[in-house]
Ligand binder design. Structure first.
Ligand SMILES: Cc1cc2nc3c(=O)[nH]c(=O)nc-3n(C[C@H](O)[C@H](O)[C@H](O)COP(=O)(O)O)c2cc1C
Length: 193
């Protein structure tokens, strides 16, 4: 009975190209993989990271952060969201909330984006389940068109299914996390005089 619960999953697309880009097409494919999730996709390029979006983040059971790789980093709309989410750090809205991270790239830099983004999210309070992040590249997309015994070592679209399963398992967990104290004053205030 518990496993039949429909979970609400917010998908945040950090691509500057929003709904027209590769990340959006990837999200379309991924969101067809899990029937017991209620996906809501937000294209950050077209959405201001305001109180309404923060409410959505607070209300959902889990979040999937999706971004391309742009000059070795995540998309500027994703960075803007992270900056605006500073006041959510260590709050019940994010503490222990499971998240997955999916990164696209052409060829290089995506794994560093994945690891750094997971690091930021964990510091903010999100829960990073095991095997909950992947990088999918144009290089793999081309290589995987040919059969190869090494193929299992490449991230593939099918791995997203496993990631969603781990996300779901994390959403079933009930843990009382402890938060460290956070300076709640304006993080933008001047300190250098
Ligand atoms: C401005 C720009 C910079 C990029 N930098 C990188 C990069 O450093 N490494 C890489 O492998 N791919 C890079 N790419 C390719 C994108 O990460 C890749 O095409 C991704 O799927 C884009 O998703 P989008 O269309 O949703 O924005 C870059 C693309 C753009 C437009």
């Amino acid at each position: 009975m518990k496993n039949k619960t429909i979970r609400s999953v917010l998908v945040l697309n950090g691509s500057p190209s929003g709904e027209k880009g590769n990340c959006a097409a990837f999200i379309k494919k991924v969101s067809k993989l899990k029937k017991d999730f209620n996906f809501e996709v937000v294209h950050l390029a077209r959405t201001s990271p305001n109180a309404g979006l923060k409410k959505k983040i607070s209300a959902c059971d889990g979040v999937i952060f999706v971004t391309g790789t742009y000059w070795d980093s995540w998309g500027s709309p994703m960075q803007r969201l992270l900056e605006e989410m500073t006041d959510m750090e260590a709050t019940p809205a994010v503490m222990g909330k499971p998240c997955a991270v999916m990164v696209l790239m052409h060829s290089v830099g995506g794994k560093s984006v994945l690891s750094r983004l997971q690091g930021v999210l964990s510091t903010m309070g999100f829960l990073i389940p095991p095997m909950s992040g992947m990088v999918y590249s144009l290089v793999s997309d081309i290589a995987l068109k040919n059969k190869n015994t090494h193929a299992k070592d490449f991230w593939q679209i099918e791995d997203a299914e496993l990631i969603l399963a781990n996300l779901k398992a994390a959403m079933e967990m009930k843990v009382s996390w402890t938060t460290w104290p956070v300076d709640k004053k304006d993080p933008r205030r001047k300190w250098f005089k």
